[in-house]
Design a protein around this ligand. Structure first.
Ligand SMILES: Cc1cc2nc3c(=O)[nH]c(=O)nc-3n(C[C@H](O)[C@H](O)[C@H](O)COP(=O)(O)O)c2cc1C
Length: 179
């Protein structure tokens, strides 16, 4: 199985990127790519798109198209999805009606140092992805993530939650999901 894991934070030391890497490690088989720097995508605007889709966008679209499933790990900014990730969804949603996210299995995870684990951002992101036509499932929302990343138990727990969410979105292909 080919998995693309996307972190919604590009900062050095990002807790979400660390979580994305832990999730990647929890997938024992298959090919996993972690996309950790969404800053390489310029801000979406229609003029830029009309002038020619930027190479970084084409590259990410190709990675999404090639993946059996996409896992997104989002931080929460002001109760919603950070602009960096919103911009990424905007690019991936285009061209309208022919998005690479259409029918794509996507698992949405979140993490925050607070006790809520970024659930509002995850909810908003799931809603946007459903609107684009993706097959979406809720993955883990990790609260107090700064205290938990070192715990071995977290990797096991995340592995189980990720496998369950992947099975939900992959349907018939779920035999490919590692136990
Ligand atoms: C502009 C901004 C807004 C934030 N708003 C929220 C929020 O609404 N909910 C929350 O749980 N954390 C919020 N935080 C704290 C982030 O969860 C925290 O900075 C987290 O570490 C960001 O993810 P990262 O470590 O992957 O970069 C906010 C942080 C920033 C910079």
């Amino acid at each position: 199985m080919t998995l693309l894991i996307v972190s919604g934070s590009a900062r050095r030391g990002s807790l979400n990127t660390r979580l994305a890497r832990l999730l990647a490690a929890a997938v024992p088989h298959g090919e996993v790519r972690v996309e950790h720097d969404l800053r390489r995508l310029p801000f979406y605007d229609g003029d830029l798109e009309a002038a020619g889709v930027p190479a970084a966008v084409e590259d990410l679209r190709a990675a999404v198209a090639a993946a059996d499933a996409v896992v997104i790990v989002t931080p929460e900014y002001n109760g919603t999805v950070p602009g960096l990730l919103g911009n990424t969804v905007d690019w991936l949603s285009r061209p309208a009606g022919r998005s690479v996210l259409r029918d794509k299995p996507v698992v949405v995870c979140s993490a925050s140092p607070t006790r809520f684990g970024g659930v509002r951002a995850a909810e908003h992101l799931r809603a946007a992805l459903v609107r684009v036509g993706a097959r979406v499932a809720a993955g883990p929302a990790v609260a107090a993530v700064h205290e938990r990343l070192e715990a071995d138990a977290l990797v096991d727990e995340l592995g189980r939650q990720l496998a369950a969410a992947l099975q939900e979105v992959l349907g018939d292909q779920s035999a490919a999901v590692p136990a």
